[in-house]
Design a protein around this ligand. Structure first.
Ligand SMILES: Cc1nc(C(=O)O)sc1CCOP(=O)(O)O
Length: 226
């Protein structure tokens, strides 16, 4: 039986109702998809914001200056700087006074970034239990494990599924561990049972004609299990 099924069974065991990781509601991270001009990305972020805990600004093709413009735009529209996570661009995070950076596999490692910029919080993407071990040992404040389900965003490559994800979340109980890749609202119960702290979603929000409703669907699903 996969470990996440055992977790699911165990989570029913305390007086017949669910026990959630740390008693917390699953967090929703929305990841920008680098497909739109700055103004449209900002508009989507502002629309989805009521249901989103954090945004990862992952605009790989944009210049540092354009990323700064996007940050200024959403801050002006009332999005809290605490909700913003800058992907990869430590320079942009420091210049824009954003506290959180998300580091992709091939960039600087968490330990180096945290040593050089002790005030930054840093997370990273992992794709195996070994990478998760390295990230946690390096002091990662969160990790994103993926891709969990099949997704066009990863060229429909075979997904990693939930088994290793669940093993990581059991091993590092209490750490912030997010699932990414192909996540739909209906996956939330099984991700919760696998010990997810939250989920990270890209296309379902940034390709939607109605980003607020798209984010609300994830919120409904997480409310349904709390
Ligand atoms: C940006 C990203 N990183 C992944 C990883 O596995 O590290 S999967 C992914 C794309 C997630 O997009 P969607 O929500 O559209 O499936």
């Amino acid at each position: 039986m996969p470990i996440y099924m055992i977790n699911l069974a165990a989570s029913f065991m305390v007086s017949g109702f669910f026990v959630f990781k740390g008693g917390m509601q699953l967090k929703l991270i929305a990841v920008t998809n680098d497909r739109w001009p700055i103004k449209k990305v900002g508009q989507i972020m502002v629309e989805a914001e009521p249901f989103v805990d954090h945004f990862i600004i992952r605009e790989k093709s944009k210049t540092a200056d354009e990323c700064m413009q996007l940050i200024q735009l959403v801050l002006r529209e009332g999005v809290s700087s605490e909700k913003l996570i800058v992907n990869d661009r430590v320079d942009v995070a420091v210049a824009a006074n954003i506290r959180r950076v998300h580091l992709p596999g091939r960039g600087l490692d968490v330990q180096t970034v945290k040593r050089c910029f002790p005030r930054l919080l840093a997370g990273c993407s992992v794709h195996s239990a070994t990478e998760a071990d390295q990230a946690i040992a390096g002091g990662a404040d969160w990790i994103l494990y993926g891709h969990v389900f099949e997704t066009a965003s990863k060229g429909h490559l075979p997904p990693r599924g939930l088994e290793e994800f669940s093993e990581i979340s059991v091993k590092y109980d209490g750490a912030e561990i997010y699932a990414i890749g192909g996540i739909k609202p209906e996956h939330i119960p099984e991700l919760n049972a696998a010990g997810a702290s939250g989920i990270a979603v890209m296309s379902a929000i940034f390709e939607s004609k109605d980003p607020l409703s798209a984010a609300a669907a994830y919120d409904d699903a997480r409310q349904a299990i709390t």
